[in-house]
Each structure stands twice: as structure tokens, then as C-alpha cells.
Design a protein. Structure first.
Length: 407
């Protein structure tokens, strides 16, 4: 049975850490005091002392612990009077604390520090805001877990020692750091989308959408904020048809489009149109692509030529392996290129068959092979994809494709 404190850790840890970091201005200190506050809450629960609002109680306790730590260390002297005054208020009203909705976004913006490398900024946000385990962060960023743990420790110390402090009220800082924050939110959603049958995947996607809404609200008018929110909504709208009743993956071509969430689709399409009208950034273009998929009443009516054109613009702007691979898929289905030429393009891009996109690249090559009638090569490619896939549901889906081709 999951206790209320365990549930608060699962659902609110990121918001709590964000609120405490914003309060004390120090991620390293905030992490320490939040952990201590959770331990104290667990101890009270074990002693049958009820806590009506665990998230509020833990946040308040952590803020008080932060003030005590600052007093003991005699650091941040300039901030101490304000912190002490704030602590005096919250001590008297433990149950009155309320999240304002953007604590995690503020924490993401805080760790997107200009003195840190982009990969390190992404790693910090994924680990401490999104709750992605260090080993999974390391896997996503293609480094050893021990190296990633050391990098995170160094980055937290750098943030602690830096003279640069982030403030949500500083619009210049918000604008400078928002592109990184959007990348983090997109990657967070991707983690949940890539393994839809795994525990916690739906919650991770929901959190990413909530963060995208916060970003759109905070930076209202930005085409990329609108584009990211549109992309996530249009993608999430199809989630009910991605897995069948037995928990097996369903390809987009075979998806039951009557199960798609019409409300999400309508909102996503409006935002995508707005984003593409205002600009042609990475997320605006991706939102346009997702919008064309959503508008097609059937797989056979997909506007692949339009999607391929949007991917051309996306790859020019953001030539990342996933974008290049998706462009090849679109070109393979388009009337101007076709599967045979697209497979040659795929074979010429060796990078796609290494690292995080390897399994997908072999699966795409198999699909293109099927389209040109080369079933033997397609079977070989599917076996290669299976050997590079760790997710059980994806493996079963690929194995079914192999069986359909005669082994």
C-alpha cells in the first residue's frame, strides 16, 4: 500500500524541490533539506501522527531547515533577513502553503545556468526536476552512470558557488534560458512516450504537458512555447490508441483514430497554427508535422509530401539524429522520393545506426524494405532492431513483425 508521504514523493517532489530552491537560491542545499523533510514526514507517519497536507508540510519543513542551515553556516548573509522573515510566517501556517504552478519550471530555468554545458543543464533538469534516475539520464546522454553522477555533483557545486542567481521576475534571464527549458520538457515527454507500457510513463508525460503549459503562460506570445505545447498535446491525444487491450503496441497506421482525444487535438491544432504563423522554430515545425498527422482521417490520407517539406525545414534548423531519421520516413512515404531512395539515404547516414537511434533506424530500414518488396532484408533489419531494444513491449512488437514476414 502506498502511503501519503510516498505518494507526495512520487507526485510532488519536483514541485517541492523547485519551491525550496527558489526560496533559498541553492539547489544543493534545497536537495539536502527536502530529503531531510521527507525523512521527518516518514518518521511522523510511522508514529501515527497524521499530516493533512504532506506536500505543504514537507515544503514548509524544508524551508525552515534551509533557514537553519544558512544560519549555522553563516553564508548568504544578505539573504538571511528576508529568509528568516519568510520562515517566521510559514512556521505559523504549515497547511496554508500552496504551489503557484511553476515551481518546477523555475527550477528548470535555474539549472539552465549559462556557465554550464548544454548537456549538463539537460542532465540536471532531468534528474532533479523530472525525477529521472541517474542511470536513465546517463543512458539518454550516452555516458557511463558513474561519470554522470560525478558530473551532476560538480554541476550542483558550480551552481552553489556561482555568483549568478536566477529570478523569475527577470524577463531577460527567462528569455535567455527558456530555449533550454523547452528542450528539457520535450526530452522529459519523450522518455514517457518511448516506453508507454512502463510504470510512471503516463505521469511523466502529464508532468511534461503541465510544464509546457507553464512555459507558455510565463512566456506568452512565444512561438516556440506554443509550438512545444501543441506538439505534446497533439502527440498525447493519440495515446489511447498506442496500446491495445492486451498491452501491446499499435502502429500509427493501424491506430483506431476514433479513440483520439478530440479536445486535445483541437487545442493542439490551434496552437500549432499560431506557432507556425509566428515563426518556424524547431517546436513550431514539429507541431506542424504532428498537426498534419492529426488532420488525416485515415493513414492512407496522410499528407506525406507536406510532412516531408516540414521535416526539411526542421533538419536544416535542428539536424539531430531523431529529426534526420523521421525525415527519411516521411520521404519514404512521399510521392517525390519513395521507399527505395529513402532507404539509400538511410544507409548513407551511419550515425543513425549507432547510439540511441540504432534500434529505430533498423526498424525504419525494415519498413522501407517491406515497401520495396525486400522481405528478406526487412527480417534481418528487424532482428537487428530487436537486439538493440530493451523495452519488452517494443521487442514483442518487433518480433510480431518478424513472424508476419515468415520468421
Amino acid at each position: 500500500m502506498v502511503t501519503r508521504i510516498e505518494e507526495a514523493f512520487r507526485t510532488d517532489a519536483g514541485r517541492i524541490l523547485g519551491a525550496v530552491t527558489a526560496y533559498c537560491g541553492d539547489l544543493q542545499l534545497a536537495e539536502d533539506v527536502v530529503q531531510e523533510a521527507f525523512l521527518r514526514a516518514l518518521a511522523q507517519e510511522a508514529d501515527d501522527i497524521g499530516i493533512d497536507n504532506p506536500a505543504a508540510w514537507i515544503t514548509t519543513a524544508a524551508r525552515r531547515l534551509a533557514v537553519d542551515a544558512i544560519r549555522r553556516a553563516r553564508t548568504a548573509a544578505r539573504a538571511l533577513p528576508a529568509l528568516a522573515a519568510g520562515a517566521a510566517e510559514v512556521v505559523e501556517d504549515v497547511g496554508g502553503f500552496a504551489f503557484n504552478g511553476d515551481e518546477r519550471l523555475e527550477l528548470i530555468l535555474t539549472v539552465c545556468h549559462p556557465e554550464l554545458a548544454e548537456e549538463t543543464r539537460l542532465a540536471l533538469a532531468l534528474r532533479f526536476v523530472c525525477g529521472v534516475p541517474t542511470r536513465d539520464v546517463a543512458t539518454m546522454l550516452l555516458v557511463a552512470e558513474s561519470a554522470m553522477a560525478a558530473r551532476l555533483t560538480r554541476a550542483k557545486k558550480h551552481l552553489h558557488d556561482s555568483a549568478i542567481r536566477f529570478a523569475m521576475a527577470d524577463q531577460r534571464q527567462v528569455s535567455e534560458r527558456m530555449p533550454d527549458a523547452l528542450s528539457v520538457i520535450a526530452l522529459m515527454y519523450t522518455v514517457g512516450y518511448a516506453a508507454p507500457t512502463q510504470e510512471g510513463a503516463a505521469l511523466l508525460r502529464a508532468d511534461a504537458i503541465a510544464l509546457a503549459r507553464d512555459a507558455h503562460r510565463v512566456h506568452l506570445g512565444g512561438s516556440e512555447e506554443a509550438g512545444l505545447l501543441a506538439l505534446l498535446l497533439l502527440t498525447e491525444a493519440r495515446s489511447a490508441s498506442r496500446v491495445d487491450a492486451a498491452g501491446e503496441l499499435v502502429e500509427l497506421a493501424a491506430a483506431d483514430r476514433t479513440r483520439w482525444d478530440r479536445g486535445m487535438l483541437d487545442e493542439g491544432e490551434r496552437l500549432a497554427t499560431s506557432a507556425l504563423t509566428a515563426g518556424t522554430g524547431r517546436f513550431a515545425l514539429q507541431a506542424g508535422i504532428a498537426g498534419l498527422h492529426a488532420l488525416a482521417p485515415h493513414w492512407e490520407e496522410t499528407d506525406w509530401d507536406g510532412i516531408a517539406r516540414l521535416y526539411e525545414g526542421l533538419v536544416d534548423l535542428w539536424p539531430a539524429p531523431p529529426a534526420r531519421l523521421a525525415r527519411i520516413v516521411a520521404r519514404g512515404y512521399s510521392s517525390t522520393v519513395g521507399p527505395a531512395s529513402a532507404r539509400l539515404e538511410l544507409d548513407a547516414d551511419d550515425e543513425l545506426f549507432a547510439g540511441a537511434t540504432a534500434a529505430q533506424a533498423f526498424a525504419v530500414r525494415a519498413e522501407l524494405g517491406i515497401l520495396v518488396g525486400d522481405d528478406r532484408s526487412a527480417r534481418d533489419d528487424l532482428h537487428a532492431a530487436v537486439s538493440r531494444t530493451s523495452d519488452p513491449a517494443v521487442r514483442r512488437h518487433l518480433e510480431k513483425r518478424i513472424a508476419a514476414l515468415g520468421g
